[in-house]
Design a protein around this ligand. Structure first.
Ligand code: GLU
Length: 478
């Protein structure tokens, strides 16, 4: 799905991430080997590549892309591949760094990486997309930038299961005797080595992050929130894979009201709540939100970020909340579905304002978490739940029988069902994701509340992640 343009900022995306990290280093309560901060922040390698592809128009087209490896303290390194016109080396390095911190935070045992190709996927037909992706994959594989144990890409902006299936297939062709070939990439279609629940994982993770926030009365009190998610007014930027699923789950399952949706061509607003499924369908058919019935349309979509609301979810692009518009942002809670939507300068102001920001490398970690499950599934070559599901059912049925025998009464149908249903792959993935998002939140909140000098969740989250990374490096030695 398309997204609004990136405004220019004083410092680059990478610089913004680095400054946030430096800030957190001040609060790291452990003795570090001198120079370790520089080592952790530095991007290890970047491959820049230009390659030709003969497309269906009969012409040779040259494409330019990157794959950055930020840290390889854990292998494989992990991170998506992005297709977008604005892709550049600075962005890819910033995103690779965020992957390092993200994986550490949620205990996904990977280093950080990211790839990108300058390309507008909407401009090419399926055949051309396949040719471009296969060629890019071949280049990356041949240069050691894709492998099950070294570097494992995944979907990101502009890519999805289809591209991942092509990448896996190219890897298999080049390594016909590699038994683990499926594990060279995650986010594949379920029918081609993927895992149930991966497509919606990032959006689901955003929902679980918000749910966990609402389970922490002390945190809710920071912004005078009461009650639950039900009825809370949400503004969401980007109805792509992350934003769509987050909005859908929050509205359908938790009763949130999505009062505004911002897309590349503007924003639509309806105080009574927008229906997510019809809006998504409308965007697919009309390539934008303009003209969606029963909603107010504004052309300058970014203005909708400034609406009065309870939760703002920027789920599109980096650098959307900058020093330019931050003073107008009214949402007390910002949940970063995208990577880097708030710049360093804006972040400083939000902290002073008392806005709670659930940072990107926590809030959108659901994707890589379920990628981790997929990678394990590929290596073990067995669907989660295949061995235990029926066994759990038998045990549940035995408990029902025992209860009935002991009480002389029949167990009501819904309880019988609950007790005697074994978990399938999707249920297990959700449970693993929920547990991951809750545990990480609790670690962040614990640091936030136990250290009075730390006054925002982003810094607290970096402290949690940096502690783990620093410990690994110091135990390992350079
Ligand atoms: N592209 C996603 C992210 O930014 C997922 C990465 C992955 O699954 O490896 O986190």
């Amino acid at each position: 799905m398309s997204i609004p343009a990136i405004p220019t900022t004083n410092i680059s995306f990478l610089e913004s991430v680095d400054r946030m990290v430096s800030r957190a280093f001040q609060y790291l309560d452990m003795e570090l080997t001198p120079g370790l901060e520089d080592h952790i922040k530095a991007c290890h390698t970047v491959l820049q590549i230009q390659f030709p592809v003969k497309l269906t128009d009969g012409r040779i087209h040259v494409f330019k892309g990157w794959r950055a490896v930020h840290s390889n303290h854990r292998l494989p390194v992990k991170g998506g591949i992005r297709y977008a016109l604005h892709v550049n080396q600075d962005e890819v390095e910033a995103l690779a760094a965020l992957m390092t911190y993200k994986c550490a935070l949620v205990d996904a045992p990977f280093g950080g990486s990211k790839g990108g190709l300058i390309l507008d996927p909407k401009k090419y037909n399926d055949e051309d997309m396949e040719r471009i992706t296969r060629r890019f994959a071949r280049e990356l594989i041949e240069k050691g930038y894709i492998s099950p144990g070294g570097n494992v890409p995944a979907p990101d902006m502009g890519t999805g299961p289809r591209e991942m299936a092509w990448i896996a297939d190219v890897y298999k062709d080049l390594h016909p005797h590699e038994i683990n070939y499926f594990a060279c990439v995650t986010g594949k279609p379920v029918t081609n080595g993927g895992i149930r629940g991966r497509v919606e994982a990032t959006g689901r993770g955003v929902q679980y992050a918000i749910r966990e926030f609402f389970r922490h009365p002390k945190d809710m009190k920071l912004i005078n929130f009461t009650g639950g998610i039900e009825g809370k007014r949400v503004v969401i930027q980007g109805l792509g894979n992350v934003g769509y699923h987050a909005a859908k789950f929050l509205a359908q399952e938790d009763g949130a009201k999505i009062i505004a949706i911002i897309e590349w061509d503007g924003a639509i607003i309806n105080e009574a709540g927008l229906p997510i499924e019809p809006v998504r369908q409308y965007i697919n058919e009309n390539k934008g939100v303009k003209g969606f019935p029963n909603a107010t349309y504004i052309e300058d979509g970014r203005l909708a970020l400034e609406l009065e609301c309870d939760i703002l979810i920027p789920a599109a692009l980096e650098s959307q909340i900058t020093s330019e518009n931050v003073d107008n942002i009214k949402a007390p809670l910002i949940v970063e579905g995208a990577n880097g939507p708030v710049t360093y300068a804006a972040d400083e102001k939000l902290r002073l304002k008392g806005t709670v920001v659930l940072p990107d490398f926590y809030a959108n970690a659901g994707g890589v978490t379920v990628s981790y499950f997929e990678w394990i599934k590929n290596l073990s070559r067995i669907r989660f739940g295949r061995m235990q599901r029926r066994q759990d059912e038998y045990r549940g049925q035995a408990i029902v029988r025992a209860l009935e025998k002991l009480t002389g009464q029949e167990v009501p149908e819904e309880i019988r069902l609950e007790l005697s249903t074994g978990a399938d792959e999707l249920a297990l993935v959700r449970s693993g994701l929920d547990d991951t998002m809750r545990t990480a939140y609790q670690e962040i909140s614990e640091v936030f509340h136990s250290r009075s000098e730390i006054t925002d969740f982003r810094t607290a989250a970096f402290v949690v992640a940096l502690r783990k990374i620093a410990r690994t490096y110091m135990e390992m030695g350079i």
